[in-house]
Design a protein around this ligand. Structure first.
Ligand code: UTP
Length: 455
């Protein structure tokens, strides 16, 4: 039997991770090569540091250090901002980036989430809606919009195949750029050792949506985009089919304010709304997750009755390319979660299904880049117009609620154009037909549309 490379063995021994080779004799040559590659790619010093810091729990700062996000632009038409955004699109300075590397475990769909058939009538996939919005927007402004799709080891192959099978949904092949985020191994909570899924494979997951920045830089894509004149990257999450991709007014606010980062903001509909909270901490922009916001602060109100902390985060941003080039080098911090992770026990050779949390998993969050921004713009939007995330198999944020939101938005555009729509009807508007209500107003329309209409 070929032994494992001596250099690797020494490296693992130095870091107390030698057990990772315990199944070596059970592996075929290809599996051995793969395991060596996986292990060589790990930064064991960083893992050891993360393990040492495992008890350093995140503490929300004292309420007096937290202030509401100031200066949120109201959700109003702004012709001047729109024109600034349109000019940037016409000059070809905008790219569109969707993060699609997550495991989608709550949804329980057996493919990458972007393949989910979300069209209320046609069953078109999330990816198709996104791609058609990019296509329609680029046609409108006469310049291609590079479409950047971040995948992970878990979603990459199927995502690329899906785009190829569907001929890139009409986009020019060379304008679609797939790039893969990194992975992070899970560590045994009791020992800090890496866990194995089976004898030849580490248990590892995508490194969080914050991995976008490192992956963009490492893949060379960020530098290529900058060289080709891209100055603004519009960012969103694959599970939100309502997003207004490369919304010119939003881009215009971002550009006029010379912002490093800009965000869409949704007013929270109550103290326990499950949106993350944009706030200032000691005067610096930051995000506090809904589960971390102290109840007293979540409930506190302004004299006019509105919630004091009310700027919810739908994860729609614009990043300045120069800013990203400056901040991606170091990478964002890791957040740690305790999880139940089934794994191969190298001592017994059995698969262990733990009854309680046995592992540490690590993820980076994109919003940790916010405090690094010197200039920032926030623009309010209405939830029903721009945010309906597909997260769960049933209940809130599930297929039924997302399809309802899509139909309702389409119906509202049609109604505004004088068309009668039956309450509760399933209606679908293709992004290639209309990107905004004005597009519908300009169309030749029937007096009434029935359930199951596609326009
Ligand atoms: P979520 O945090 O909702 O995770 O991701 P998820 O993978 O979709 O679902 P659960 O939590 O496993 O049920 C929000 C967005 O960030 C992307 C997801 O693909 C989704 O668009 N994401 C998340 C990544 O691209 N990479 C990650 O490592 C995590």
């Amino acid at each position: 039997m070929t032994p494992p490379p001596a250099e690797l063995v020494a490296h693992l021994e130095d870091h107390g991770q030698h057990h990772a080779l315990a199944g070596w004799s059970l592996l075929d040559p290809a599996e051995r090569v793969q395991l060596i590659e996986e292990l060589m790619a790990l930064d064991f010093a960083q893992l050891a540091q993360l393990y040492r810091d495992r008890e350093a729990t995140y503490a929300v700062p004292e309420p007096h250090r937290i202030d509401p996000l100031p200066g949120v632009r109201p959700d109003e038409p702004d012709a001047e901002a729109k024109s600034v955004g349109e000019k940037a699109l016409e000059r070809g300075e905008v790219a569109a980036l969707v993060v699609a590397g997550g495991l989608g475990s709550r949804l329980g769909f057996e493919h990458p989430k972007g393949l989910f058939p979300i069209g209320p009538v046609t069953g078109k996939s999330l990816f198709q809606f996104h791609a058609e919005k990019v296509l329609a927007r680029s046609r409108r402004h006469g310049k291609p919009i590079p479409f950047l799709v971040m995948t992970s080891h878990a979603t990459h192959a199927e995502t690329v195949y899906f785009f190829e099978k569907h001929n890139f949904f009409g986009l020019a092949r060379e304008t679609v750029h797939f790039f893969q985020q990194g992975t992070m191994p899970a560590l045994d909570l009791a020992t800090g050792r890496v866990l194995l899924e089976h004898p030849g494979r580490l248990f590892a997951g995508p490194d969080g949506h914050g991995g976008t920045l490192t992956a963009l830089a490492k893949s060379g894509l960020l530098a290529r985009l900058a060289d080709s004149g891209i100055r603004h990257i519009f960012y969103w999450q694959v599970d939100n089919p309502l997003v207004k991709i490369a919304d010119p007014t939003f881009l215009g606010h971002h550009i006029r304010d010379r912002a490093d980062v800009s965000s869409k903001v949704i007013p929270k509909d109550g103290p326990h709304d499950k949106l993350g909270n944009f706030v200032l901490i000691d005067g610096k922009l930051a995000m506090i997750e809904y589960s971390d916001l102290p109840d007293e602060l979540a409930r506190s109100t302004e004299p006019d009755g509105r919630l004091r902390i009310r700027a919810g985060n739908p994860a729609i941003h614009v990043f300045d390319v120069g800013f990203l080039s400056r901040v991606t080098e170091a990478g964002l911090p890791f957040h740690l979660a305790r999880k139940k992770v089934p794994h191969w026990d190298h001592a017994t050779g059995d698969i262990v299904n733990p009854a309680k949390e046995n592992a540490l998993k690590f993820e980076r969050f994109i919003f940790d880049v916010l405090p690094l921004a010197e200039r920032y713009a926030a623009v309010e939007t209405a939830r029903h117009e721009e945010f309906a995330p597909l997260k769960n198999a049933s209940g809130a944020d599930s297929e039924a609620t997302v399809k309802r939101a899509m139909s309702d938005l389409a119906a509202s555009w049609l109604k505004a154009a004088g068309v009668r729509v039956k309450d509760g009807a399933a209606i679908e508007l293709s992004p290639l037909t209309a990107l905004e209500p004005d597009d519908v107003a300009g169309m030749k329309l029937p007096g009434e549309v029935a359930d199951g209409t596609v326009l």
